[in-house]
Structure formats: structure tokens, C-alpha cells
Design a protein around this ligand. Structure first.
Ligand SMILES: Cc1cc2nc3c(=O)[nH]c(=O)nc-3n(C[C@H](O)[C@H](O)[C@H](O)COP(=O)(O)OP(=O)(O)OC[C@H]3O[C@@H](n4cnc5c(N)ncnc54)[C@H](O)[C@@H]3O)c2cc1C
Length: 293
């Protein structure tokens, strides 16, 4: 990233997922939407039985979890390997408070930088520092004509949101409104006139993150990068793999893509060597597993 700089995905970050889905389907795979995995059980023959909330059932030689280790362990319940059963969220982990803004594009000049950081005071996070990412001026997928999308984020402690959410809902809502104002005020330093140009303002707390990503408590960011050895290795037990920001090299789209490609190569290489299911793989993947890198 330091060498190549920050990149912006036209159409929004979901386009990456959309392209991956296309690739999976083009290679004869299935991608199912809005279907949450509810359990992963070991069958007597050693394969995995994966159930979804829509009563889907799938048999697999290998199960790959795109989840933090403790959430993966919860899905496996009694069949979870010890390491997943013992896994705990790190005490120094973070959540994110977000404000999603739909803006009147006329309020911004076309050369406004797309990425900004505002660092107001230490300690950073909790609205004392915010990151801003603005959609391209000519990207019709990000908003109605003449409008632009802005996402603003700040790191935030998880527990305080959850204790208010669970014990005092009005105080939770009040804190959300206060953080929204704090974050918008900080963002306005980089984008003067932001609040008067805003046509839509949607805040999101760690509670929101849990709802949309199924990460318990809305934990984000992977293991804080205080040591190279904190992240998990991808192979947890025979036929059980992790991908995503809990495994090396950690968080970011680039890092999770790199980790995922390494896991895919390893699974394909293993599958090619051992399983009759390998016959279903396209020839080029069987012959050269590293092709997907
Ligand atoms: C505020 C914020 C800003 C960021 N900005 C950037 C940035 O600018 N650039 C960058 O590179 N990175 C950024 N990141 C980091 C990046 O978003 C993460 O590193 C990345 O999303 C982690 O990917 P993942 O696949 O591990 O997890 P996720 O993105 O959480 O993906 C896991 C997926 O699995 C699905 N899922 C969960 N449980 C189940 C289940 N039981 N059944 C079916 N599906 C399930 C979830 O719905 C989710 O779609 C940012 C992160 C945050 C929080």
C-alpha cells in the first residue's frame, strides 16, 4: 500500500464482492445470498454438515470460516477444535462508529481529495480522530445524480455501547446522536459546509456492525498490529480453516485478499491430492492451484 497508494473502487467496495461472486459462478461454484450459516457439524464419515437459516444443508470436506475465531467456534459448538473453543476477543480490540452521509455534490469542488484524516486531539478515536472517504464525483452507483456518498469513521470502545444498548436504550440513542454530531463537526474541518450539504445522515455503532457482519459485539480491525505473531494461522484443524482479518496478514481488503488466496491455494492443493470431489474442479485449478493467486 505505501508503494501503490490508496485506491478507490468505482461503484463502492461491494463491487469487489460482486466480482468475486461472478468468478465463483463462472468456475461452476455457487454463491448464495442472504443465507446465514447457523451450524457446522462433524458427520460420522468426517465430512462437515453445514446448515443455514433457510434450511439449506451442505456437505463439505473442508469448512472455511470468514469469521473471528470465537464466532467460528460458536458455529461448530461441540465439534469445535480446542483452539477455537478457547479463543477470546483481544482486550485491546476496537469497534467503529460510522456516519454515512449522502451529500449534495454541488457543495464540493470536483478536485476535493477523496480521502482525509482529521486528527483533533489525543487520545485518538472516539471522535478525536476521524477518517473520511468520499465517492468519486462521476460515480452513478454511489448516489442519485448530483449527489455523493461520504463515509466517516472513528475507532470506539465496544463495551460502553453494548452496556448502554442493553441497559438504557434512551441513553444509547442519546450517545449515538452526540457521537454523530461530534464526528460531523470533526469532518467539517476537512469538508467545510458538510452539514448544510448533507441530505441523508445514517450513523452506525458496534451494535450495527454486529447486526450486519455477525461479528460478535461488532469487533472490527483484526488483531491490533502490535506483533507479527498475534494473528492466527489459517489451518485450525484438519478440514477447518479461517480466512479474513483474524489470520495473517490481518486487516484491510488487500490483506484479507492475500490471506484468502493463500488459503484457497492450500485447500485446492490438498483437495487435488486427496478427494474424489476434486474431479469437479475446473482443470486449470487442478493442474495449477496457484493460478488463483
Ligand atoms: C470503519 C472501517 C473502515 C475501513 N476502511 C478500510 C479501507 O478504507 N480500506 C481497507 O482496505 N480496509 C478497510 N477496513 C478494513 C476492512 O473492512 C476489513 O479488514 C475487512 O472487511 C475484513 O474482511 P473479512 O472478510 O475478515 O470480514 P468481513 O468484512 O466482516 O466479512 C465477513 C462476511 O461474512 C458474513 N458472515 C458472517 N457470519 C456469517 C454466517 N454465519 N453465515 C453467512 N455469512 C456470514 C458477514 O455478513 C460478512 O459479509 C475498514 C474497516 C472498518 C471497520
Amino acid at each position: 500500500m505505501p508503494r501503490r497508494g490508496v485506491a478507490h473502487v468505482r461503484g463502492g467496495i461491494g463491487q469487489i464482492a460482486a466480482h468475486l461472486v461472478e468468478a465463483v459462478r463462472a468456475h461452476g461454484g455457487q454463491a448464495l445470498m442472504r443465507q446465514r450459516v447457523t451450524s457446522v457439524e462433524r458427520r460420522p464419515d468426517g465430512a462437515w454438515l453445514i446448515r443455514t437459516h433457510r434450511k439449506g444443508e451442505f456437505i463439505a470436506d473442508d469448512a472455511l470460516f470468514n469469521l473471528p475465531p470465537w464466532d467460528a467456534g460458536r458455529l461448530m459448538a461441540d465439534d469445535a477444535p480446542d483452539s477455537l473453543r478457547r479463543a477470546q476477543r483481544p482486550a485491546d480490540g476496537w469497534g467503529a462508529f460510522m456516519v454515512y452521509v449522502g451529500l449534495d455534490g454541488g457543495a464540493l469542488s470536483l478536485d476535493t481529495p477523496l480521502h482525509n484524516q482529521v486528527l483533533l486531539r489525543q487520545p485518538f478515536g472516539e471522535g478525536n480522530s476521524v477518517f473520511l472517504s468520499l465517492s468519486l464525483p462521476d460515480d452513478p452507483a454511489r448516489g442519485p445524480e448530483g449527489h455523493r456518498a461520504l463515509t466517516i469513521s472513528t475507532h470506539t470502545d465496544l463495551r460502553s455501547w453494548w452496556s448502554l444498548f442493553e441497559s438504557d436504550r434512551p441513553a444509547y440513542e442519546a450517545r449515538k446522536a452526540e457521537y454523530t454530531e461530534r464526528v460531523l463537526a470533526a469532518a467539517e474541518i476537512a469538508l467545510p459546509g458538510l452539514r448544510s450539504a448533507a441530505r441523508l445522515i445514517l450513523p452506525g455503532t458496534p451494535v450495527t456492525f454486529q447486526r450486519y457482519t455477525a461479528r460478535s459485539l461488532g469487533w472490527v480491525g483484526g488483531y491490533p498490529q502490535t506483533s507479527l505473531f498475534r494473528a492466527w494461522g489459517p489451518r485450525v484443524a484438519p478440514g477447518v480453516w479461517l480466512v479474513g482479518d483474524s489470520i495473517f496478514p490481518g486487516q484491510s481488503i488487500l490483506a484479507t485478499a492475500l490471506g484468502g488466496a493463500r488459503v484457497a491455494s492450500a485447500v485446492i492443493a490438498k483437495t487435488t491430492a486427496s478427494s474424489p470431489r476434486a474431479a469437479a474442479l475446473p482443470q486449470r485449478l487442478r493442474a495449477r492451484p496457484s493460478v488463483i493467486e
